[in-house]
Design a protein. Sequence first.
Length: 403
Amino acid sequence: MFEVYIYDAVRTPRGRGKKDGKLHPIRPVELVRQLIQALLARNPALPPESIEDLILGCVTQIMEQGSNIAKVAAQVSGLPETVAGVTLNRFCASGLEAINQASTYLRAGVGEAFLAGGVESMSRVPMGSDGGAWYMDPAVAFPGYFIPQGISADLIATLYGYDRERLDRFALRSHQRAAHATQKGYFQKSLIPVRDELGQVVLDKDENIRPDTSLEKLATLEPSFAVIGQQFGYDAVAIQKYPEVEAIQHVHHAGNSSAIVDGAALVLLGTEAVAKKYGLRPRARIVSWAVTGTEPTIMLLGPAPATRKALQRAGLSPEQIDLYEVNEAFAAVPLRFMEEMGIPEEKVNVNGGAIAMGHPLGATGAILLGTLLDELERQNRRYGVATLCVGGGMGIATVIERI
C-alpha cells in the first residue's frame, strides 16, 4: 500500500447563507472553480494532467448543485478533459468523506494525485430542498423514530444535563476564538478570497463571526426547536425512544447552533510520487480514517466512536492527539465528544468552529481538515483529528500527522 500525503489545502471564506450574504451572487460551481485555479497557481510544478479525479462532497444535489457538480467544476476550471469528477453525499461529512475516498484510491495505488473537498451554497440551494424518504414518507419515518436534528441535539442536552447557560458559554467561546484567529491571521494560509466576474474581491474573511456576542445577547434568543418538537409531536417520538426522559429541554437556538452559510474547500492529495516527480513538498500524512453508524434518533453522537475507530487503526491513543477539530453542528455535540473522550477544551476547536463561522454542509469536513493542518503547523504539533456528526446517525473521523 502507498502512503497518502496532503500537499495543499484551500477554502473560500464562509458567507452568510441568506440572500443578503456576500457569497449569494456567486454560483456554487464558481466557488469550486476559483479554488481549483488557486491550487494550480500555488503548485505550478504539478502538471494538471497528473490529477486522476476530483471528488466533491455536496449534500443538496439539485438545481445549480445537481448534475455532478464536481465534473462540471473540473470542466469550467480549465482542468484537462482527462480529469474525472464525482459528487458524493454523506450529509454533513461529505467534504471529509471525499478526502477519505480519495485517500483510499491513492493508498491502493490508483492514481498519484487527487483533488477532494466539497461545496454548498445554502443561500442559493436551500437545505432540505431535495426532499428524501426519511423526512417525507411516514412509512419510513414512523418505524425509524425520525426526529429533526435540532430535536436530537436537545435530546442529547437533556440526557446529559447540558443546560442553556453551558451551551451558550460554549457558543460564546466559539465566536471569541474565531474572532481572535481572524484578527491574528491564522486562517490566511488557506483562505482564498472570492472574486466576482470583474475580478473584484467579494469576500475575504468569514462573514458570520460576531465578536460582540455576549451571554446576555445569547440569552435573548428563543429556542429554535420547541415549537416543532411540541406541536408536531417530535418530542413525543424522542421520549418514546428514550422513555427515561420525562420532557425534552429545548436549549438550542440560532446562537448556539451552526450557522447556515455558503462555502467551498479543496485539498490536494497525492502519493510520494508527487514529491519525487514534481518536487512538491508534502505538508501532512493521512494516517487513518473511519466511519461509523449510531442510533439514528439521537443521531449526533457519532464523533466519539468514529474517532476511537480511527485512532485504533492508527495505533494511537486520544492523549497522543495534539489538536481536534469537531464540527459544531450544535453546542451539545462537541461538549459530549469532549466528555466521552476525556479531552480538554484546550485541544478542541482552538480557533472556533461552525457556531461562529458556519457549516456549509458539503464543504465543512474539508474545511476542518485544512484548518487542522494550518494550526498543527502554526503550533509545531504532530497529530490531529477532524471529526463530524452526521445526519441519519453516523460519525466520521480522519487522523493526520504533520510533516
